[in-house]
Design a protein around this ligand. Structure first.
Ligand code: TAP
Length: 480
């Protein structure tokens, strides 16, 4: 691929007051880690070091859990739902007011296009707090069972693909239901979680209700394994999810696991094809394909396969890859070198297995972590690129003849998080939705999220739901 050098848009960063180092957020205050360890977070688009971030030790995890326990016992569990709701409303409003700052920081630390952080991540995060603020004083009417009670202290671990949004999916329902929280963001994207800690201070949230501990997998492991954590909520890879399930097996801890996916985006010959092509592009190239529910397998009906592939290639040739802070960018940077290596390796496997690889002509920036949008045609179900989550801008195209064959192929993965259907027939949508083993099925759209809709997986995509009334269930015990 040819490369080019670019000067990142400087004016958009002016909105930020980025510190050179950040502490942990424990009991309402920023504090350095006890051992003094830290790590660097870099911009994946330029490899520039953005900040030095404290790495929480076991003693810090201990302190954060203790702060959450005290806040739970003395303050949060005694507060009325209406008062808890007021704090959530306040947080939601501040997120809206500081939306630009959050969007720029998210794009800098994660590499995603500013258009997406500005229009999707940050507004949805605020919406999540608004939505759950409304539930805080209505839990008795949420259909959760008799007398829903919080678990207590919740340990939450999140990935790097939607840092603030995943934080809001975790923290908003936990607080609304009366739990207190210790959350660990991913090592490569800690900054918006730390800015969120500032929002908690600004909202006068009682100290210890939210604690943010930064660090790597070991910090997450210490949190999940801590004896005074009542409930674990994890979003991340299936491999780590399985390790967590093993860690907490036989303990009193409850868990919700939101894991990987390998979604089928299924296009029938009666679908409006231009619309479907937009949906395919959005399905896999949104957020560089770093999306658990990404439509990474296109299943297209044989009679229109050639036409769809031609239109898809023409559309992909118009995508702009580059500076995440440029409003015209469609595809940003890959979040880390490790993720880039993983995508590169799996794409090479696709070629070695005999699938045909295609990318549009596009120059990639000479510094940073980049991967051109890539399409594999001639993919068969046994290929690794049809089975394994690539978590990058890589689409595998398979074909089918009948709806039954589409269902069989769509369900033929260990995952079951999401699926998409493109057709003109309402009856077919209903039939397919019933047959597909996926927690979310979109019809004539893709990657649509709303706080009122439950989200979660079947099979190795995990268990429990986030969002909607169903999402509250994971944070309360009912009955005896
Ligand atoms: P993971 O490597 O699983 O990391 C997720 C989080 O767990 C990170 O904060 C990570 O810390 C931490 N962690 C690593 N090892 C741990 C351990 N042994 N115990 C406790 N915590 C540990 O996933 P990722 O690469 O960040 O994210 C990509 C994966 O997340 C994909 O599989 C994707 O499908 C999935 N995902 C799922 C969803 C839903 S809703 N189902 C949403 C988004 C992403 P470090 O970052 O410091 O390693």
């Amino acid at each position: 691929m040819p490369t080019f050098e670019y000067a990142p848009a400087p004016e958009s960063r002016a909105v930020l007051d980025l510190a050179s180092s950040y502490g942990l957020f424990i009991n309402g205050e920023f504090t350095p880690s006890t051992g003094g360890a830290s790590f660097k977070t870099v911009s994946p688009a330029t490899e520039e070091v953005l900040a030095e971030v404290s790495e929480a030790s076991e003693a810090d995890v201990e302190a954060a859990v203790a702060a959450a326990r005290t806040a739970y016992t003395r303050v949060w569990s005694r507060m009325s739902g209406a008062d808890r709701g007021k704090y959530l409303f306040r947080i939601a409003r501040i997120l809206q007011e500081r939306a630009r700052e959050f969007a720029v920081l998210e794009s800098l630390d994660n590499g995603k296009p500013i258009r997406e952080s500005r229009d999707v991540d940050i507004p949805l995060a605020a919406a999540h707090f608004f939505y759950h603020a409304g539930w805080a004083d209505k839990l008795d009417w949420a259909g959760l069972g008799a007398d829903p009670q919080p678990y207590g202290v919740v340990g939450q671990v999140i990935p790097w693909n939607f840092p603030l949004l995943m934080l809001s999916w975790k923290i908003a329902p936990a607080l609304a239901t009366g739990n207190t929280v210790v959350l660990k963001p991913a090592e490569t994207t800690p900054l918006t979680a730390l800015l969120f800690a500032e929002v908690c201070q600004q909202a006068d949230l009682p100290p210890g209700v939210v604690n943010i501990i930064t660090g790597a997998g070991a910090t997450g492991q210490a949190l999940v394994g801590h004896g005074d954590v009542d409930k674990v909520a994890f979003t991340g890879s299936t491999a780590v999810g399985k390790a967590i399930a093993r860690t907490i097996a036989g303990t009193r801890k409850k868990a919700t696991l939101e894991l990987g996916g390998k979604a089928a985006n299924i296009v029938f010959d009666d679908a409006p094809l231009d619309q479907a092509v937009e949906g395919i592009v959005n399905g896999i190239f949104f957020n560089q394909g770093h999306v658990c529910c990404a439509g990474s397998r296109l299943l297209v009906q044989e009679s229109v396969a050639e036409e769809v592939q031609e239109r898809l290639k023409a559309r992909l040739s118009t995508l702009r890859v580059g500076d995440p802070l440029d409003k015209n960018t469609d595809v940003g940077a890959i979040n880390s070198r490790a993720q880039l290596d993983k995508i590169t390796e799996l794409a090479a496997v696709g070629e070695a297995e005999g699938a045909q690889r295609w990318s549009p002509e596009c120059e990639l920036p000479s510094k940073g972590f980049w991967f051109a949008p890539t399409v594999f045609t001639g993919v068969s179900q046994t290929h690794r690129i049809a089975q394994e989550e690539i978590f990058g801008p890589v689409l595998s195209v398979l074909t089918f003849r009948t709806p039954g064959e589409a269902v069989a192929k769509a369900n033929n993965t260990p995952y079951g998080l999401s699926a998409g259907i493109w057709t003109d027939k309402g009856s077919r949508i209903l039939w397919m939705a019933d047959q597909l083993k996926a927690g979310v099925v979109w019809a004539n759209t893709f990657n649509k999220f709303d706080p009122t809709s439950p989200f979660g997986g079947y099979k190795e995509s995990g268990y429990g739901r986030e969002g909607g009334r169903h999402g509250l269930q994971g944070y309360v015990r009912t009955g005896a």
